[in-house]
Design a protein around this ligand. Structure first.
Ligand SMILES: [Zn+2]
Length: 78
């Protein structure tokens, strides 16, 4: 089933003027924020504090802050 539990992909929401209430259960005081690793960045998603349903709102990624892998073309001096 879509949008249920940690294994399933979060449902992508189209945000109008504001997104602060859960479209599933109506809880209206915002969301928890969680992260899922996607290579060297983290995808941010939302979890409803009331019904625990998971959502995304567009592409929201943050860098992990880890150093990038060694790249000879960039990292080796002349
Ligand atoms: Zn909810």
């Amino acid at each position: 089933m879509r949008g249920k539990g940690p294994g399933s992909p979060p449902e992508d929401l189209r945000v109008g003027e504001e997104l602060s209430s859960c479209p599933r259960c109506g809880y209206g005081a915002g969301f928890h924020v969680a992260f899922r690793r996607r290579g060297r960045s983290l995808a941010v998603f939302l979890i409803c504090p009331s019904c625990s349903d998971r959502f995304t709102a567009g592409e929201w990624n943050v860098p992990t802050g880890e150093p990038r892998p060694f790249e000879p073309d960039l990292d080796e001096g002349p």
